[in-house]
Design a protein around this ligand. Sequence first.
Ligand SMILES: [Ca+2]
Length: 299
Amino acid sequence: MQCQHKTLPMIGLGSMVAAVFMATMGHNAPSHAVEEMPNPVMSQMSTSANLLVNPSFNAPAPFQTDACTGQIAGELQVPNGWTAYFMCRQPGDADNINRRPEYRPADMTYAYRVRSPQTALKYFNFWALNKSAGVYQVVNGITPGSVLKFSMWVQIWTSNCDINPPNSQCEPGNLEARLCIDTDGGSKFETGAAGVTCSAWMRQAAWDKYTELTLETVAQSSQVIVALNTRAEWAVKHNDVYADDASLIAIPPTATPTVTPSTTQTPTATATQAITNTITPIPTLQSLPRQLLPMLVKP
Ligand SMILES: [Ca+2]
């Protein structure tokens, strides 16, 4: 259509006809453009709710039962809503391997260990390590097929050195962290269970500063388990984990907007047809009345 008015004769009356033609085009073109605008996607407030209990790891932190011994342990002070887990001692393990971590809420005594006051999660091994430890939370009421977005801020101190400020680059124990989700739920978290998916391990990026870990997957059940999972390579003096500000968001499958391009593209053909029909044949010099010829301006 654009090439048609490039062929117009550059004479006075021809320009007038061209102006009428372009005005006709101009009238049709914007309405066509408006019809092709994408439909706005409505945000669904209900899907942005954090489904976790006590995501900020606030106190109180009552004593919990050691799953390896079945006994309540004074070393397991875990913020409400979360459950501690760790690998039990295996036959042949040295005294400093797979030792039970000590869980205490981190308070504002060391403010840089807390991301949102007043407390954060803390657990540590002293001159020891555990090969798979952390906390988990069972979450119910999920629509199967929902996209799960799990995040948590984690800070690690892993060092054999007592320097100030603490620095994990000094003789590190290579403590590292990741997030996991058991997508089909269960009564407790186990890293090797069917349905468990985990993020990549994060090591130096979380040493001595809070770093956000994220994991996204799809729920297979109405119940899922979210977990922080850590491990260390060396039984150094300080293998400490801090965590704060967790979030779990579930986006139900029905919340995904359905794109139907066929209905929005239909007006294209209609607009093209209308434009074609409004084109008036451009007069040539031979077809003009003789009395108009002297009025023409020669190029
Ligand atoms: Ca907090």
